[in-house]
Design a binder for this molecule. Sequence first.
Ligand SMILES: *[C@@H]1O[C@H](CO)[C@@H](O)[C@H](O)[C@H]1NC(C)=O
Ligand SMILES: *[C@@H]1O[C@H](CO)[C@@H](O)[C@H](O)[C@H]1NC(C)=O
Ligand SMILES: *[C@@H]1O[C@H](CO)[C@@H](O)[C@H](O)[C@H]1NC(C)=O
Ligand SMILES: *[C@@H]1O[C@H](CO)[C@@H](O)[C@H](O)[C@H]1NC(C)=O
Length: 148
Amino acid sequence: MASKILQLVIGVAVVSVLASAAAPPQPPRIQADVVVMGYVPCKNGTSMKSSSAPGFPNAVVQLRCADAVDAAAGNATTDGKGWFRMAMNTSTALSSVASGCSLVVATPLATCNASLPETGTLESRLRLLVSMVFFPRGFSYVAPASLD
Ligand SMILES: *[C@@H]1O[C@H](CO)[C@@H](O)[C@H](O)[C@H]1NC(C)=O
Ligand SMILES: *[C@@H]1O[C@H](CO)[C@@H](O)[C@H](O)[C@H]1NC(C)=O
Ligand SMILES: *[C@@H]1O[C@H](CO)[C@@H](O)[C@H](O)[C@H]1NC(C)=O
Ligand SMILES: *[C@@H]1O[C@H](CO)[C@@H](O)[C@H](O)[C@H]1NC(C)=O
């Protein structure tokens, strides 16, 4: 009797492992607690509207978080078309990541388009897309803090 129950338990475990292996590819095949992926437009002062602007290639994108959730911070570099993906292991709750973190493009905007301002950054808040995958809400230009 006991061995029958054990068999059933193992059977359920195997089925659930197979089920998760067959999950749709939407959450990328990286093992991580938090994944942030998206597109950085090469554009000044406007929020992101999918393909409204060319992508920002080779841009360093940083996830910056409030002190309390700093453990979630991470970096990524965009590909040739402006897409990036970063994966982190963190004990921080997803809701804290959503409310406490922002994406900041650290590469000077003029690198992408010489007519963009030399100072200032593109920044975006986060939106939880599915399970633990975040997307940028939309990058917009943030002027540098005045040093006067
Ligand atoms: C997260 O932790 C798991 C298990 O330790 C590990 O396999 C995975 O590579 C880690 N992912 C990242 C992005 O560090
Ligand atoms: C991200 O990059 C900056 C600058 O290179 C570095 O100081 C920081 O430690 C990095 N953060 C993470 C989480 O890798
Ligand atoms: C560069 O920016 C200027 C001014 O915003 C814009 O008119 C031009 O189309 C941009 N060029 C590229 C290649 O994005
Ligand atoms: C970029 O945006 C800033 C702030 O909105 C503005 O002052 C500046 O003139 C803009 N530059 C270009 C090239 O559009």
